[in-house]
Design a protein around this ligand. Structure first.
Ligand code: PMP
Length: 550
C-alpha cells in the first residue's frame, strides 16, 4: 500500500508553516527529519508525569522512568532486527558517537600491521574518527572506490579487504549519492578476512527496513533526529559478545557495577556504555518514533523514498543546466538527489529557493573527500521523507525556472542580490568585481578552504616596505555574496596598513549597515576572517616589519 501522505502530514504541524510568505517545502530530511506529534507528545507525558533519573531511586517516578527507558532499548533493538533486546542496543547521542564508541573501543586491538577499510563515500563522522584511531594505533586506512555510476566498486572492495583488514566501516546509504550499498556482501568479505564490520546506518535506519542480523553487521549506528525522532539520542547496535569485549569510551557513574579507591568493574550491557545520566526523555521518544515508522511500514517508506528520488532525478536530468550525482535513474536509491545548476553556486541557489519557502542543503554534506573524487567543491541536496510529495518536487523544479519572471536560475540570483535585502554595494561588487584575479608577485598570499561549502579561495597582497597595503586581489569560486564581499574588502584595504587588516573585526557588517540576511552571515564574514588571519600570520612571521624583507 502506498504511503498515505495526506494523513501523515496531519501528524507534522510544522509542515503547515510558511517561510517567506510561501508554504514550507522541507527537502532537507537527510540532515534532520521533522518530528510527528506522536513523538514530541512523549516529552509532555514524561515531564508532566514521571520525570526522574533512571536506575537510581527507589521511588515511583524513577521506577516508571527506568522501565520506560529500558523498554525503549528493547524497542529500538527490535526496530533494527536485533533479537538480543536491550543488551545489544546502546543509546548514544547520535551516529557520530556510536562510531566513536566502536572505533575507540577497538583501539587497543589495532596495531601497525592492521588496516581499516572505509569507502570513498563515507561521512566525516566515520572517516575522521577512523583516521584518528588508525593514526593512534599506527594502522593504515584504505578506501573502497566509488565507480562512475555512483555505486561501490565491488571488485575493488575484494582487492582492498584482505588479511590485514581489521575493521570495515561503511555507510549503508550514502548521504550524497543516495546509493544503497550491498552491506551483506561487504559483511561477508569482512568476516572472511577475520575483520569486524561497522555499518553507518544514519541514512538507512530512517528510510528502509533494517535487519542487522540478516546483514550480519557486527555494529550498526544510527541517529534519532533523522528518523522522525528527537535530537540528542541515537542507537548503537552491537553483537552481544562483541559489546561484552569492547572497552567503554566514556567513564563515570551508571556504567560501573563496583568501585573501590583502586579500581572499578563495569556494569551489564548496555549500561556499560551509557556513563552519567542518559538521554531519558529522548530515548523514550525515540521508541515512539520507531512505533510511528513501523505503523507507516518501513517497506512503504522505502518505496516512497525511491519513488520521489526517481521522480526528482528524472525531472532534474531532463534539464540541460543541471548535473545530478549518484546512481542513474532506475537504480534504487534513497530519497535524495544531489545536483548542481550550471553557473550558480549552491549557496546562492539555496537562498533563492529559501525565498520560495524551499529548504534544501548546499555544501559538501560532511563528505569533502567524496566531493574531491567527484571533482566538485559542493552540491545542492534535496532529500525527501514520508511526508513529501511529487508536488513538492515540482515546486523545487518550478523554482529553478523562476516562473515567468526569469530566464534561468542565474537571473534569479541576480534578482536576489539586487533586492533590498542586500546593500546595493554587494550587488555592485558582484556585478563588477575590481579585484578578482591574481597578482604577479604578491608579498604574501593566503589560501583558505571554506569547510561549510567546500569552496577554496586565495587572497594575494602587495605590501610596501612601510607596511602599507598597495593592492589586494582574490581568486575564488565561492558564492556571489562571498565574492562580492571579498571584492569590497580588497578595495577597502588598499592604502591601509597591514595592522588595520590584522585588526579587522566586523568592518563588512558595519559597511553593509547590517543589511544582509542572517542566513548568509558566514558568507559575509568569511572573507574578513581570512584576510585578518593572513595579516596576523604575516606580521607574526615578520616581526621586524615589512622593511626587513628588503
Ligand atoms: N553518517 C551519515 C551517512 C550521515 O548522513 C550523517 C548525518 N549527516 C552522519 C553519519 C552523522 O550523523 P549525526 O550528525 O547525527 O551524528
Amino acid at each position: 500500500m502506498p504511503v498515505d501522505v495526506s494523513a501523515i502530514r496531519e501528524d507534522f504541524p510544522i509542515l503547515d508553516r510558511q517561510v517567506n510568505g510561501e508554504p514550507l517545502t522541507y527537502l532537507d530530511n537527510a540532515a534532520t527529519t521533522q518530528t510527528p506529534r506522536q513523538v514530541y507528545e512523549v516529552y509532555e507525558e514524561f515531564y508532566e508525569g514521571y520525570n526522574a533519573n533512571v536506575h537510581r531511586g527507589i521511588h515511583a517516578l524513577s521506577h516508571e522512568a527506568s522501565v520506560a527507558y529500558e523498554e525503549a532499548h528493547d524497542r529500538l533493538a527490535e526496530f533494527v532486527g536485533a533479537s538480543g533486546g536491550r543488551e545489544e542496543m546502546v543509546f548514544t547521542k547520535n551516529t557520530t558517537e556510536g562510531i566513536n564508541v566502536v572505533a575507540y573501543g577497538l583501539l587497543d586491538e589495532l596495531g601497525p600491521d592492521d588496516e581499516v577499510v572505509l569507502t570513498e563515500m563515507e561521512h566525516h563522522a566515520s572517516l575522521v574518527t577512523w583516521q584518528q584511531v588508525a593514526e593512534t594505533a599506527g594502522a593504515d586506512v584504505r578506501y573502497i572506490e566509488v565507480a562512475e555510476d555512483g555505486r561501490l566498486d565491488l571488485e575493488h572492495a575484494k582487492e582492498v579487504i584482505g588479511p590485514e583488514t581489521a575493521v570495515v566501516s561503511v555507510a549503508h546509504v550514502s548521504n550524497v549519492l543516495g546509493t544503497v550499498n550491498p552491506v551483506e556482501t561487504l559483511a561477508e568479505l569482512a568476516h572472511d578476512a577475520g575483520a569486524y564490520i561497522l555499518v553507518d546506518g544514519a541514512q538507512s535506519a530512517p528510510t528502509r527496513p533494517v535487519d542487522v542480523e540478516a546483514m550480519d553487521a557486527d555494529f550498526f549506528a544510527f541517529s534519532g533526529h533523522k528518523m522522525a525522532g528527537p535530537t540528542g539520542v541515537g542507537g548503537l547496535y552491537g553483537k552481544r559478545d562483541l559489546l561484552e569485549e569492547l572497552a567503554p569510551l566514556c567513564y563515570g557513574g551508571e556504567m560501573i557495577s563496583h568501585v573501590t579507591f583502586d579500581e572499578a568493574a563495569w556494569n551489564d550491557l548496555p549500561w556499560k556504555f551509557e556513563a552519567g545520566t542518559p538521554p531519558i526523555a529522548e530515548g523514550i521518544a525515540l521508541a515512539a518514533a520507531a512505533d510511528y515508522l513501523d505503523d507507516v511500514g518501513m517497506d512503504e517508506v522505502r518505496a516512497h523514498e525511491n519513488e520521489l528520488a526517481q521522480y526528482a532525478l528524472e525531472r532534474l536530468d531532463s534539464r540541460d543546466d543541471v548535473e545530478t550525482y549518484g546512481p542513474p535513474a532506475g537504480v534504487e536509491r534513497t530519497g535524495l538527489v544531489a545536483f548542481n545548476v550550471e553557473g550558480v553556486h549552491g549557496h546562492d541557489l539555496s537562498s533563492v529557493l529559501n525565498d520560495r519557502g524551499i529548504a534544501v542543503r548546499a555544501g559538501d554534506h560532511c563528505t569533502q573527500p567524496l566531493h574531491d573524487v567527484l571533482d566538485l567543491p559542493g552540491s545542492v541536496r534535496a532529500s525527501f521523507y514520508v511526508y513529501n510529495t511529487k508536488a513538492e518536487v515540482d515546486r523545487l523544479l518550478d523554482a529553478l525556472d523562476g516562473g515567468d519572471a526569469f530566464d534561468d536560475a542565474r537571473a534569479q540570483v541576480e534578482a536576489y542580490l539586487s533586492s533590498d535585502r542586500y546593500h546595493d554595494r554587494v550587488y555592485e561588487h558582484h556585478r563588477d568585481p575590481k579585484n578578482a584575479g591574481g597578482l604577479a608577485d604578491p608579498t604574501f598570499s593566503k589560501h583558505s578552504e571554506e569547510t561549510t561549502c567546500g569552496d577554496e579561495g586565495e587572497f594575494h597582497l602587495d605590501v610596501s616596505p612601510d607596511g602599507t597595503i598597495e593592492r589586494v586581489a582574490f581568486e575564488s569560486e565561492s558564492c556571489a555574496v562571498s565574492r562580492a564581499v571579498a571584492d569590497l574588502l580588497a578595495g577597502h584595504l588598499e592604502g591601509q596598513s597591514l595592522d588595520a587588516a590584522a585588526d579587522l573585526d566586523g568592518w563588512v557588517v558595519d559597511a553593509l549597515d547590517g543589511r544582509f540576511p542572517d542566513l548568509r552571515r558566514d558568507c559575509v564574514v568569511g572573507p574578513e576572517e581570512v584576510l585578518r588571519e593572513a595579516a596576523q600570520e604575516y606580521l607574526e612571521r615578520e616581526p621586524e616589519g615589512i622593511a626587513g624583507d628588503d
